[in-house]
Write a protein of this length. Sequence first.
Length: 256
Amino acid sequence: MALSQGPAGPGGSTTVLVVEDEPAIAQAIVHRLSAEGWQVHAVGDGLLAVDTAARLHPDVVLLDVMLPGIDGLEVCRRIQAERPVPVLMLTARDDETDMLVGLGVGADDYMTKPFSMRELVARTKALLRRQQRASQAAELSTVHQPEPPLVVGDVTVDRAQRRVLRGADEVHLTPTEFDLLVALATRPRTVLSRERLLAEVWDWVDASGTRTVDSHIKALRRKLGPDLVRTVHGVGYAFEPAEPTTPAEHAAPAGT
């Protein structure tokens, strides 16, 4: 199965790749996204998805998890290895383990079937806006003096190079994990609600996406350690860096 719909010619149009093996769902998504003026291409198996992404260089990928050939997780891994691109995973299973695995291979967000087309469009637009902001920031950093690294406790966040160190060890984060860490680390020990993080990091203001925040926090903890992000139940999260030790704390006790 392969479908294409949208305005003809390059013209600077946004290109969306839809990877979905159920023809009725794929056709509905293509029809709705094309109404936004986007060039939308749909394929129905994993290997074809990898080849199509390499050929089209889409601006965003909507990717079903369960696919013939190779599954959506492996598709995401291969696409991200070739060229980083925002990925919205579509899954029929409301299983947090599956979601964490998807985020771990480079997905930026996920939606559980069945979903509304309105929400699908809104989340796709949010991913595109984030990608545009990141590109603009990268361009500005080549012209202006880059922001100095953010050092909070034993965590160093280099916003210009998008690198993270804990102590002397580099920690590899996905683009979304990095943006979430920056949002938290720039305001250490300040409780940020899930809704605020969703708006700042995902540019998505509907509370239905707060589980996305929770899953990304768990992914951050797995990579950075469980002690850095504190859960404030019913509210949100706070970045809690370790207090720096002072020479006095390491001094030997006075003799008697």
